[in-house]
Design a protein around this ligand. Structure first.
Ligand SMILES: C[S@@+](CC[C@H](N)C(=O)[O-])C[C@H]1O[C@@H](n2cnc3c(N)ncnc32)[C@H](O)[C@@H]1O
Ligand code: SF4
Length: 344
């Protein structure tokens, strides 16, 4: 039952009308106890469904189970989540009501600096398993924002991710721009995202403005020129009314050169975009280093002065067991630079 379609089929087999099904899905995805909706359930659900509900709820709760939890000083909390077949993925509860979820076990893109990319793709995470990560997070803390920045490339599991996003943006009660689809960029994403009833915000993992370097760092990402990626992201951002987030994992001596800064200015100035600079979090046995905080701050200040709205993510709390520091980076509090001249 790891897809939402399985859950819906089971509800339909129990005689649930679409509105009943939506009600049950709302209780589940909001992690509301069954009795919090008791009156509504009693009033509206057919008896057969009411009787089956405890069993169904138990099955939904078993989709994603908390295996371990590691709290960090910055208020984030990394959750190791066990799925029903024994596979494990990560979710991170972020400060201020955010939750970072995984879309795949492993990832086929193989970015050179990413822990997840090292193991290749193991399996897709089902749409119900994605919503179950949110329900699990909500059982621990309120969640108002969901970012797809955990394990996996959402573009490679597009149907499941969009199914989950559409449920979270409706029954799940999460604002559309608080659902953040993070991707290395893929034509299918730019086609699919504008079509749905729930349009998530877009985070584009760019990392470099140089086509050759991007092919080296993100070996199995689609070969789309950085300028074309930014153009497509900008179009989507203007259509939705919320800015594109451009993700830049800052690697010392790799993508922090003057040439790159000039490239960023050329690509992003005047765009409806925010540049998120995230100093690299170390992964065991990889040769990369993060620049000093002073250097990263100087880069962000420079770009800001040149009209590129830049946020430097403070990556405190990257001391995570298992080397999954990249997830911690999402917990970071953005450091803003003055004057705040928004690009565009
Ligand atoms: C883990 S990916 C998942 C979403 C999607 N696959 C993507 O790349 O956008 C989320 C973000 O984490 C970043 N990231 C991966 N490894 C990192 C590391 N070692 N340090 C800092 N950020 C990292 C990626 O570059 C990406 O922007
Ligand atoms: S950064 Fe994203 S796309 Fe790249 S390997 Fe990691 S999860 Fe996959």
């Amino acid at each position: 039952m790891h897809q939402l379609s399985d859950v819906r089929q089971r509800l339909a087999a129990l005689g649930a009308q679409p509105s009943h099904a939506q009600r049950v899905l709302r209780l589940w995805s909001n992690a509301l106890p069954q009795d919090s909706g008791k009156r509504a359930l009693d009033d509206f659900l057919p008896r057969r469904l009411r009787e089956a509900l405890p069993g169904l709820t138990a099955d939904l709760a078993a989709l994603a189970v908390l295996d371990s939890r590691h709290d960090a000083d910055d208020g984030s909390s990394r959750l190791l989540v066990k799925l029903a077949d024994g596979q494990a993925c990560e979710s991170v509860l972020l400060p201020r009501g955010g939750l970072c979820v995984s879309s795949q076990i492993g990832c086929a893109v193989g970015c050179r600096f990413c822990m997840t990319g090292r193991e290749g793709l193991i399996r897709q995470i089902g749409s119900a398993e994605i919503v179950a990560q949110v329900a699990l997070g909500r059982a621990l803390r309120p969640v108002r924002k969901v970012v797809f920045m955990g394990m996996g490339e959402p573009a490679h599991n597009l149907a499941n991710v969009m199914d989950a996003i559409e449920l979270l943006g409706t029954a799940g009660g999460i604002g559309h721009k608080s659902l953040v689809f993070s991707t290395v960029g893929d034509e299918r994403v730019f086609e699919r995202l504008p079509q749905g009833p729930v349009k998530p915000a877009l985070a584009l993992s760019l990392h470099t403005t140089r086509e050759d370097l991007r092919a080296e760092l993100l070996p199995r990402a689609p070969r789309i020129a950085p300028a074309d990626l930014v153009e497509a992201g900008d179009r989507y951002a203007r259509a939705t009314g919320y800015p594109m987030q451009v993700q830049w994992t800052l690697l010392e001596g790799v993508n922090d050169s003057d040439e790159e800064l000039a490239g960023i200015e050329r690509l992003l100035r005047g765009r409806y975009a925010v540049l998120n600079m995230i100093p690299y979090n170390s992964v065991p046995d990889l040769p990369y280093r993060r620049p000093t905080w002073e250097k990263a701050a100087a880069i962000a200040r420079h770009l800001h002065r040149r009209g590129v709205l830049t946020k430097l993510r403070n990556s405190a709390g990257q001391d995570v067991e298992g080397g999954c520091g990249q997830l911690r980076a999402r917990a970071a509090r953005p450091v803003r630079f003055q004057p705040r001249t928004a690009a565009g």
